[in-house]
Design a protein around this ligand. Structure first.
Ligand code: G4P
Length: 545
């Protein structure tokens, strides 16, 4: 009896922990204000006292290795961070999405680990290329998206035009939840269309502190004075127009990813940031049930633990060569040192040294709940996509891989470093830093496949800093690869293009590299009468763009 009531308490506690969590990522085009908004969310949740600390860390980070210097030079974010903070009785996990297109597979995996997303747009630019790509990834997964239109304090496009653009380009209704009051230097704050009130903010020095807020109604004389009669009557007209003509917010549609609520603001000035955070808590879903490969779903509040590895990140500090596996908890309670099952290790694993990450700092962690991300020190144990569980075996759906489009032979310059070279390559492939590792039929030179050229440079830098191995990269003139399925007798009958290269993948499958899409299609069509399948190695990055 006692045991049953303690189980009930545990499951109630677990349910409460699930309900209070929001796990999301910000999707945006570089420069739209993702870092600034992140910083301000931390400011309003009191996780930092002064805005600017995340950026400071961002800068500090750049000094740590060649690899980071490369990041800095190219102005991209290769590594991703997970931030956890509390606000109004809720625990928020914010997963950072790397911004460069070469790393879209990484980004894609991060988006698999979240329950919702925030799309940040620059008010002067609207939907940009990268936003659109990331949006498509969210749409494929039906991830609910809240939109924050940033930089309203600057030269901004017409708000109605921005809403139209979201609807036209992204193809989902955009429901204004607030409306900007003034623009550029006269930007005052927003009219809250849901609660029908004016939220006026005052600027603080460099936006480092929370912006003082005045709440009033739309006819507040101070507002009229600040805006002038003309701008004020335009505001009134727009509010009226929206009440009859604008898309009406439908929570169910939002939850299914078919509609986005839109909020205007300025992250830099802290205008509209806290109301946005409140809306995030109100609307963004708590951790959702996850699908397994058996087409069943795992309830986050079930007692049995389950989680998957969505990212492996090498330590940027060359002094500590370990790497961290990022694990998204899907159900049950995580406890430090707990024993879990893992398909590759029949004896199971003990999850020692768990971390929570705050920017680049590690904090040791005792327990965690569904929706949380735990960093596990990973001495080569985990691979991307691994499922960890207790109790009945669980296997989540495999994480998607992109079809590689760049191929290169990689040579080790110093043969005495043979062991480190191969160890490094194996580990980096497991981490997903590079897509595939092939062997040519008659050669020992490893061939690597990637989605973008930049990945090879990252590989080179990492092999040098983490494994002390210098390599030579020879790009190969191939652009497409297919896994070839068919029996030996049939395969004999295929007339492969002269330039095609035959290789073997990690699982000993035959793969053929083609010089062009055209060459590949020609070969496939010519042999359509044979029982030979040309299988993709992943899906094309374009399918998600
Ligand atoms: P990102 O992470 O999406 O790439 O963008 P980030 O936050 O770094 O912002 C890009 C630039 O836009 C920064 O200026 C930032 O200060 C500015 N910004 C962000 N939010 C707003 C806003 O609400 N209004 C205005 N006017 N600017 C905004 P920067 O000059 O590149 O950097 P910094 O010198 O300010 O650090």
């Amino acid at each position: 009896m006692e045991q049953r009531s303690s189980e009930a308490n545990t499951s109630k506690e677990l349910k409460a922990q699930v309900d209070r969590r929001r796990t999301f990522a910000i999707i945006s085009h570089p420069d739209a204000g993702k870092t600034t908004l992140t910083e301000k969310l931390l400011l309003y949740s009191n996780a930092v006292d002064l805005a600017g600390s995340v950026r400071t860390r961002k800068n500090q980070r750049h000094a740590t290795s060649d690899w980071m210097t490369m990041e800095q030079e190219r102005g991209i974010s290769i590594t991703s961070t997970v931030l956890q903070f509390d606000y109004d009785g809720h625990t928020i996990n914010l997963l950072d999405t790397p911004g460069h297109q070469d790393f879209s597979e990484d980004t894609y995996r991060t988006l698999i680990a979240v329950d919702s997303a925030v799309m940040v747009l620059d008010a002067a630019k609207g939907i940009e290329a990268q936003t659109r790509k990331l949006f498509e990834v969210c749409r494929m997964r039906h991830i609910p998206i809240l939109t924050f239109i940033n930089k309203m304090d600057h030269m901004a496009r017409e708000p109605l035009e921005l809403l139209d653009e979201i609807e036209d380009i992204l193809g989902i209704p955009a429901a204004a939840m607030n409306w900007p009051i003034g623009d550029g230097p006269t930007f005052q704050g927003v009219y809250d269309l849901i609660n029908k009130r004016v939220l006026r903010f005052s600027r603080t020095e460099h936006g480092q502190r929370k912006a003082p807020l005045t709440v009033s109604d739309v006819d507040d004389p101070k507002l009229v004075e600040a805006l002038g009669d003309k701008a004020h009557s335009t505001l009134r007209e727009e509010i009226e127009l929206l009440s009859v003509a604008g898309a009406t917010f439908d929570e169910e549609q939002y939850r299914q990813g078919n509609m986005t609520p839109v909020y205007f603001g300025s992250a830099l000035n802290n205008f509209g940031v806290e109301p946005f955070l409140q809306e995030l808590i109100r609307l963004a879903p708590p951790p959702q049930p996850r699908q397994t490969i058996k087409e069943t779903t795992i309830d986050p509040a079930q007692a049995a633990f389950s989680a998957f590895v969505f990212k492996i990140q090498a330590n940027m500090n060359p002094k500590h060569r370990d790497s961290v596996a990022f694990v998204r908890i899907c159900s049950g309670k995580f406890e430090k040192d707990m024993a879990v099952e893992h398909p590759r290790y029949p004896k199971g694993l003990r999850l020692t040294r768990p971390y929570q990450l705050f920017a680049k700092e590690r904090v040791s962690l005792e327990e965690a709940y569904p929706g949380d991300v735990v960093g596990l020190a990973n001495p080569g144990l985990f691979a991307i996509g691994d499922t960890l569980y207790t109790g009945t075996p669980v296997e989540f759906q495999p994480l998607p891989r992109f079809q590689p489009e760049f191929f290169a032979a990689v040579r080790n310059k110093d043969s005495s470093k043979h062991k480190q070279f191969h160890k490094g390559l194996d580990q980096l492939v497991r981490e997903g830093a590079i897509q595939r590792l092939f062997r040519a039929d008659q050669s020992h030179v490893p061939l690597l496949a990637a989605v973008g050229e930049l990945q090879f440079q990252v590989l080179e830098a990492r092999l040098a800093t983490e494994y002390n191995v210098q390599i030579e990269i020879e790009f190969l003139p191939y652009t497409a690869a297919k896994r070839i399925i068919g029996n030996a007798e049939t395969l004999e009958k295929v007339a492969w293009p002269n330039r095609a290269m035959h290789v073997i993948d990690e699982e000993d499958n035959p793969v053929v590299l083609f010089g062009s899409e055209w060459e590949l299609r020609f070969c496939r069509d010519k042999h359509a009468h044979l029982d030979v399948r040309f299988e993709d190695l992943g899906f094309t990055a374009d399918a998600a763009s």
